[in-house]
Design a protein around this ligand. Structure first.
Ligand SMILES: Cc1cc2nc3c(=O)[nH]c(=O)nc-3n(C[C@H](O)[C@H](O)[C@H](O)COP(=O)(O)OP(=O)(O)OC[C@H]3O[C@@H](n4cnc5c(N)ncnc54)[C@H](O)[C@@H]3O)c2cc1C
Length: 430
């Protein structure tokens, strides 16, 4: 709540520039309101570059996925404010419509139009990437370029308009926003890759798994590995320069007790994930991580684990870590897969059930004839039937496709599990 309050304050504070400006009384109320809104939009846009920069200060308490959902929400709000800024200016004096003519308008107005147009394009591409069949990597590259263009053009617009820059506080704030935005892009695209390049990993083994997945076993080269907790993930880069844009997030699947030898299990769903099975042992890869905010609300309590498909990877990390630590606590895993032969880690789960106090409930959506176990989708009635009576006292970790995660979180709420004990991980866009 404090972070949110700080964010709101940072975004609203620039509105005060309009009130303290010496010539505020000479401008109309509408123009002052428009300028205040414009300054707020500028602050939001600069902070938009900070939210996805993977800064530990923010990723530790919130997790990358929450920050990115907030980033998406704010992107729409910033566009609405930018448009409102323009509309109010025009409504106050329709003569200003001439400022929208790119041929005759002064450069300060052109910069404003470029900023608003690029922001509208950026939001549209983010909303309609899939229907437009835009490849994820192309979207990501354009998103970064458009984001930088929007902030640079908006800053240019403020400098060009000039008016308020006579005030020292405005000058300092605009300069601070510029430094903040540029610093965030530098941290994400230069400093992080540089640090990751100094901690390379080597592919030790590539193993096919059930369900179209492949496990990469990676060995830290020249360092002891980066400590991680089960449930965390890293961005994997397999080729080219450390500064290349292509990188994909994967959960650590191996035991956290062995950070120097990590395993990622990757399900083939597209070009990158299909390509990993062709990686040669000995090839160099980079990891940017760990990221993710999972830490159990009740560190010593028993667990309920619910996984769907390849969402089993962070669960495997948890189980393998508990096995290494000989942890005696009770664990119940509900694991949804399509077909019995596709159940990734099926045999190892049997083995772990012998070494841990672990009960595995397999749920198949396409079961073989005579299947004696659970079938269909993971939903409230099934969970109420298979989960133990002490479910309210347990930590719950849920990972898988968004519909399974949503249904499970809702079912756990109905079963009386306190929200702070439920951690959900979606393998959605980050
Ligand atoms: C926190 C997290 C942990 C994950 N852990 C695992 C795991 O352990 N095992 C596993 O198999 N998969 C995991 N995924 C999913 C995995 O990252 C995507 O399947 C993979 O990036 C798809 O890349 P592609 O080029 O093969 O497919 P594409 O066909 O290019 O993309 C398929 C879809 O995957 C998503 N995607 C593609 N590239 C990225 C990217 N760089 N970042 C985020 N999303 C992307 C997009 O929605 C895209 O539409 C995880 C995702 C997240 C967010």
């Amino acid at each position: 709540m404090l972070w949110l309050a700080a964010y709101v304050l940072l975004v609203l504070a620039p509105m005060a520039f309009v009130l303290v400006a010496p010539d505020a009384a000479r401008r109309s109320g509408l123009t002052n309101a428009s300028d205040g809104i414009g300054f707020s939009a500028l602050a939001m846009l600069a902070l938009q570059l900070v939210l996805p920069a993977r800064l530990r200060l923010f990723t530790r308490p919130f997790g990358v996925d929450v920050l990115l959902r907030f980033h998406r929400l704010i992107g729409g709000c910033a566009l609405a404010l930018a448009v409102l800024h323009v509309v109010l200016l025009m409504a106050d004096d329709p003569g200003r419509l001439a400022l929208l003519n790119p041929v005759t308008a002064p450069w300060r107005a052109r910069a404003g139009v470029v900023a608003t147009g690029a922001l509208a394009l950026l939001v549209a591409l983010s909303l309609w990437r899939r229907p437009l069949r835009m490849p994820y990597e192309a979207w990501r590259g354009s998103h970064l370029l458009l984001g930088v263009l929007v902030v640079a053009a908006a800053l240019g617009h403020v400098v060009g308009v000039g008016g308020y820059l006579g005030l020292g506080a405005v000058q300092a704030s605009v300069a601070a926003l510029a430094v903040l935005g540029a610093g965030a892009v530098f941290a994400l695209r230069v400093a992080r890759p540089f640090a990751a390049a100094g901690r390379p990993y080597q592919v030790e083994q590539v193993t096919p798994e059930r369900g179209g997945a492949t496990t990469l076993r990676l060995r830290a080269v020249g360092h002891g590995g980066v400590p991680f907790r089960p449930g965390q993930f890293a961005w994997l880069k397999t080729a080219g320069s450390p500064y290349a844009l292509e990188e994909h997030p994967f959960s650590f699947a191996s035991s956290a007790a062995r950070p120097a030898q990590v395993e990622l299990t990757v399900k083939a769903v597209g070009d990158f994930t299909t390509g990993v099975r062709a990686l040669e042992p000995g090839s160099r890869v980079l990891l940017d991580g760990p990221h993710g905010s999972f830490s159990p609300a009740r560190p010593d309590a028993a667990y309920v684990l619910v996984a769907g498909g390849i969402g089993i990877t962070p669960v495997m990390s948890l189980l393998r870590t508990f096995a290494d630590e000989r942890d005696p606590r009770s664990l119940v895993l509900v694991y949804a897969s399509r077909r019995w032969e596709d159940v990734t880690f099926r045999e190892e789960l049997d083995d772990l059930a012998g070494r841990l106090d672990l009960r595995v409930v397999h749920v198949l959506s396409d079961p073989p004839e005579g299947w004696p176990g659970e079938r269909g989708r993971v939903e409230a009635r099934l969970l109420a039937r298979v989960l133990p009576a002490d479910v309210r006292e347990r930590n719950a970790f849920v990972c898988g496709p968004p519909p399974l995660v949503v249904a499970t979180v809702e079912a756990l709420r109905e079963l009386g599990v306190p929200a702070e004990q439920v951690h959900a991980e979606r393998f959605a866009d980050v």
